[in-house]
Design a protein around this ligand. Sequence first.
Ligand code: ZN
Length: 453
Amino acid sequence: MSSYGILANGVVITGGQRSQVLSDGAVVWKEDRIVAVGPAAEVRREHPRAEQQLDARGGLILPGLVNVHHHFYSALARGLDPGTPMRNFAEVLDRLWWRLDRALDEETVRVSAEISAAECIRHGCTTVFDHHASPSFIDGSLDIIASAIEQAGLSALLCYEVTDRNGPQDARAGIAENLRFLRARRTDARVRGVFGLHASFTLRDETLEAVANERPAGAGCHIHVAEDPVDVAETQRAFGCDPVERLCRFDLLDERALLAHGIHLDAKAYATIAEHDATILHNPESNANNGVGRLDVEEVVERGCLVGLGTDGMSSSVLRSLRFAFLSHRGARRDPMAGFGALPDLLHSNVRIARRFFDEPSLGKLTPGAPADLIAIDAVPPTPLQPANLFGHFVYGASEYPVRHTVARGKILLENHTHATLDPTAIAGRALELAPALWERFHALQWGTSYLG
Ligand SMILES: [Zn+2]
């Protein structure tokens, strides 16, 4: 079915570096491209035959959001009691996440991806970067996630988390899964691969050497870096350098290197990241949840680093993450003026990062020729909204309102709060059937995994 639609009756925020605001605007798309953006009356006059009509009801119309760090597989951890205390981050990994990932099978990987994809749609995210681990089901796991993403109608950058903690065979299988997926999806417009790595402290030199040698040129990598001091201390102890320097040793730091967290690094490491034009992915809610410390976004941006914003499996709401990033930054700085430096750029930084992986120079912008990824949020502005105070409207307003419509590449995924491509109630029903057995497998597994296998 051909797609020709209009989203109107809202405040259009065009996105991009210098976003414009149209108080009574409309956006028209044909197939997967935006064809017109402008004042509603004018646009309607020029496109009287648009078949799909979406009404924003006075709310905000903006480009689909990008989430640069997610873990779909965490969806079935909700309410899971690990049954043992977790006194620090290393224990959180060992006693919760590294047991959960080993308990996952094909069906639980699939349903976790479906749950997360539905939540992305409900929160207005149309492009998402996932970081996946399922050691008992490695080969083909990225295809299962890709098919859920395709069914949902989203765009995604997927990877499998290579690590040595489960032994050399699993590390090898993880490398193979990344290579297979990267090659298969090299020219895919919507779902692509990047090379997934867990973190320096669970990766042996031989494994990084293999990744460096076998990775296709320009593949990039997506890795956790200095999320907790354990990564820095263990890397220093076992390899005599910090995690950033270690990536440099294997030539893995480039403009497609995605470094999640990047909290416990020194000035030299930030300078190295900036020099290589690599990216730091900030996940403030997750960092608070794990009690691992926090990244000072303004400081690292001043040091020249590009910083994006993720949710790290905590939720699928980029706007909630933005609000938390802002409030926690002010709280930590004890400064009611802080946060207006670098934080307003985070959403656009996500777009810039996504453009490095997809051949879409106008992704994240409402302009003719751009991909038709657009959303409407039920936040009817009660005060003047201008480009200069957009951030205030996001963190104090839009982040608290539901998304009404989500359109991705011209396909309606959410219409008047109702999903068009997925059935979240049916998905939750299936998840509820699978979760008890998953949790049983989880509880049967031991902890005490050694970092390097
Ligand atoms: Zn993560």
